[in-house]
Design a protein around this ligand. Structure first.
Ligand code: PLP
Ligand code: ZN
Length: 402
């Protein structure tokens, strides 16, 4: 019988796909490590097959995959030169099938759903997870429910709506919506694979394994990750904990979780040395995808970060937009404001931390910029106007800088 474990009370419980929370602590539960020795299968093309020993799956149905993962790790040479930084790499999760890291998690959760004979899946999301779940639901031929905040923009609605899920806009508190979805899911046989779903989190581990192999088995000094509900960073930290447990690595990277200042309940708890996250009343940031005022994985992130000597920072909207522009202008990488927080966080840390020349730094770019075009309206973009008859003069003066 499949079990889940609670890392707070250290107990195991039988898997209940409709409510993966500890009955005692009310915290999200995770998949326990198997007893057997685990290894990588580097010859396999699919990351799910390559890292299957580390996933809670006994076999992979490749028909359910959209070829997520295998994303590039790009060395940011111009950024390093401009800012005088040691080697900085960007793990480009924006090139996943629906342009975000969420596909890594959905890819594993959908395998679990189909293997359990589930016919209806769902998610509570304001953006990236909605389109990811809807896409994989469509691919698997499952009926998919997407519950959205009432104020979700048309832009985001369409990015999920194209896959034809059941879209429901819900008026009311978003934090409560998250918990209510499980109760209604159980009643109506809908598996809500929300942000802290244990199988989703296992899928995020694969990004960590890929980073490790792409750096030729060196452990980076720092890994920067944007944090909202907490599922993604939980998965990444667990990837390296698994490697340590298997004796594959001895050192551990320093994880730096980054939140937007306008919605930073986990960073606030971290800075004040608290063990529990206090929800905030209202989010106020341009980085909508990471604006969860009541993060269900908040206490877990605090625990993992404190136990593994990481940090949680917050950055302002101005710093986020600046970083977004910098990545595009210097490196040709266009990510969402929620993602550029990682560069803003690195710039903030570099004011205090003295890096060694050989320190390797990894920024995880979580979501593509085309999904949030509206936020670009504040950017000043130079456009030169001319007519066909004056075109040569215009080009000539622009080409020679006169
Ligand atoms: C682009 C992007 N980055 C980061 C995150 C944060 O992930 P998590 O909620 O798992 O902490 C999200 C979550 O929605 C996101 O959409
Ligand atoms: Zn517990």
């Amino acid at each position: 019988m499949e079990k889940l474990e609670c890392i707070f009370c250290k107990k195991e419980y039988l898997l209940d796909i409709f409510s993966p929370f500890c009955p005692e602590c009310n915290e999200p539960m995770l998949c326990p490590a198997p007893q057997k020795k685990r290894t990588f299968y580097p010859g396999k093309a699919s990351p799910l097959e390559k890292f299957i020993d580390f996933l809670p799956l006994s076999k992979i149905n490749l028909d359910l995959s959209l070829k997520e993962g295998n994303t590039p790790l790009i060395r940011l040479n111009r950024l390093m030169d401009n800012l005088n930084l040691p080697p900085v790499f960007l793990k480009n999760e924006t090139v996943n099938p629906t342009s975000s890291f969420k596909d890594r998690g959905t890819a594993v959760a959908i395998q679990k759903a189909v293997s359990l004979g589930i016919e209806k899946i769902g998610t509570v999301s304001t953006g990236n997870m909605a389109s990811s779940t809807a896409a994989y639901g469509a691919r698997a031929g499952l009926k998919t429910f997407v519950l959205l905040k009432e104020e979700t923009s048309l832009e985001k609605l369409l990015a999920a709506g194209i896959y034809n899920p059941v879209l429901v806009k819900v008026k009311g508190d978003y934090g409560q919506l998250f918990y209510k979805s499980f109760a209604y899911g159980r009643k109506h046989n809908i598996y809500f694979m929300n942000s802290m779903d244990p199988f989703r989190i296992e899928g995020y581990k694969v990004t960590g394994f890929e980073i490790f192999l792409q750096l030729e088995k060196r452990i980076p000094k720092f890994i920067f990750v944007p944090v909202s509900s907490g599922g993604h960073i939980t998965g990444l930290v667990r990837a390296f904990l698994d490697l340590k447990k298997e004796g594959i690595i001895q050192k551990f990277p320093t994880f730096i979780g980054v939140q937007a200042r306008g919605c930073s309940p986990i960073a606030q708890a971290y800075t004040t040395g608290k063990l529990k996250v206090k929800r905030i009343n209202k989010a106020n940031t341009i980085a909508h995808s990471i604006a969860n005022p009541d993060p269900p994985g908040g206490n877990m992130v605090l625990k993992l970060i404190q136990e593994n000597k990481g940090k949680i920072l917050d950055v302002s909207d101005e710093e986020i937009l600046n970083a977004q522009k910098m990545l595009a202008e210097l490196e040709g990488i266009f990510c969402q404001p929620a993602s550029s927080t990682v560069l803003a966080g690195l710039l903030k840390l570099s004011e205090k931390e003295k890096f060694e020349v050989n320190d390797q730094i990894v920024l995880v770019a979580t979501g593509g910029g085309l999904k949030t075009i509206k936020t670009l309206e504040s950017f000043k973009i130079d456009i030169h106007q001319t007519s066909l008859s004056k075109l040569e003069n215009t080009i000539s003066s622009l080409a020679h800088g006169t």
